[in-house]
Design a protein around this ligand. Structure first.
Ligand SMILES: [Zn+2]
Ligand SMILES: [Zn+2]
Ligand SMILES: [Zn+2]
Length: 313
């Protein structure tokens, strides 16, 4: 997931994209594609949206299948009384002289002339003594007449069928790039840099917001969490702290990293102080400095040393 999101960020930056609009595929409905690739793009966009790199704007609102959410339908017209497809269009005529109105066929006499069934007079000319009032449908099955057929849908994705009122309105968004969040914030840049490099090495990495479930069942947010492929427990969790670390911050990080059983616990801070570092160290927490040129390298080393230890025991 995050890999796709990271590639998306690269693309947004390298191509200076300001927005990502959905495109409409007549076979699939709205979808998000970048450089001809569509798979996983929608999820990646949501991932970045949740983390503040994108914002959403309404692009369209469409009808969607109540069963599967698809937007592609075959619409059918039916008799609203009996549901039959077997109905035909007729014309309603009003005889102006006597005020009678009825279907055109009621005015047809066997010899082909038009005669009013109420007053028995012959009809002369349209607009003179009679007018065409409306188009109407007559059902061949139940003989009812109606002006609007009942439209029903058949979902072309899942096959679900029903009347159109069952369809559910669905919002379709376009995503707008939040430049400030993406580029000008040094912490965000650093976090993305670390996530990208660790992913390149082959770790499974989530960030800049990673949700991890602890033994207690509680879920915690970390700035970054790192897993070995195929393992549920993270090998490392990292929190980035703006400004100095206080006791409360230190202890809450300690508690949640313990619950998720992370082997390495790392705090990255903008302002390192040796007293806090000593306290952290007693809790088995490493403290790194955000400004450290070799921050990524140091984190990489810590992770690597875990493997080495792991393979020896
Ligand atoms: Zn469906
Ligand atoms: Zn009918
Ligand atoms: Zn008449």
């Amino acid at each position: 997931m995050h890999e796709r999101a990271l590639r998306l960020i690269d693309l947004i930056i390298s191509e200076a994209l300001d927005e990502i609009r959905p495109s409409f595929d007549p076979l699939k409905g709205y979808e998000y594609c970048l450089r001809g690739e569509c798979e996983g793009v929608g999820e990646a966009l949501e991932y970045l949206y949740e983390r503040g790199y994108l914002r959403k704007e309404l692009h369209d609102r469409v009808a969607s299948c109540p069963n599967c959410g698809s937007e592609i339908f075959l619409l059918r017209a039916k008799c609203p009384y009996c549901g039959s497809l077997n109905f035909s269009k007729g014309i309603v005529i009003e005889h102006l002289s006597c005020g009678y109105s009825g279907l055109e066929e009621e005015f047809m006499s066997p010899d082909g002339r038009r005669i009013c069934p109420k007053c028995g007079k012959g009809l002369k000319a349209p607009g003179v003594d009679y007018i065409r009032v409306a188009d109407i449908y007559r059902c061949a099955s139940c003989k009812e007449v109606f002006s609007v057929p009942l439209y029903s849908y058949r979902c072309l994705n899942c096959g679900h069928e029903g009347p159109m009122i069952e369809l559910i309105p669905k919002e379709v968004y376009k995503y707008l790039v939040v430049r400030e969040a993406l580029e000008s914030d040094p912490i965000s840049r650093k976090i993305l840099d670390i996530v990208r490099k660790l992913a390149d090495i082959g770790y499974r990495v989530e960030g800049p917001r990673a949700r991890v479930k602890g033994r207690s069942g509680a879920e915690y947010d970390f700035t970054i969490a790192v897993w070995l492929e195929g393992s549920d427990e993270p090998i490392a969790v990292l929190d980035f702290v703006r400004g100095p670390i206080d006791d409360e911050r230190l202890l809450s990080f300690f508690a949640k990293s313990l619950d998720v059983m992370a082997k390495e616990r790392i705090l990255v801070t903008q302002a390192k102080d040796s007293l806090m570092e000593a306290k952290a160290s007693r809790l088995g927490i490493r403290v790194f400095e955000l400004e450290d040129e070799d921050l990524v390298g140091k984190i990489g080393e810590v992770l690597l040393s875990l493997h080495v230890k792991g393979s020896e025991t």
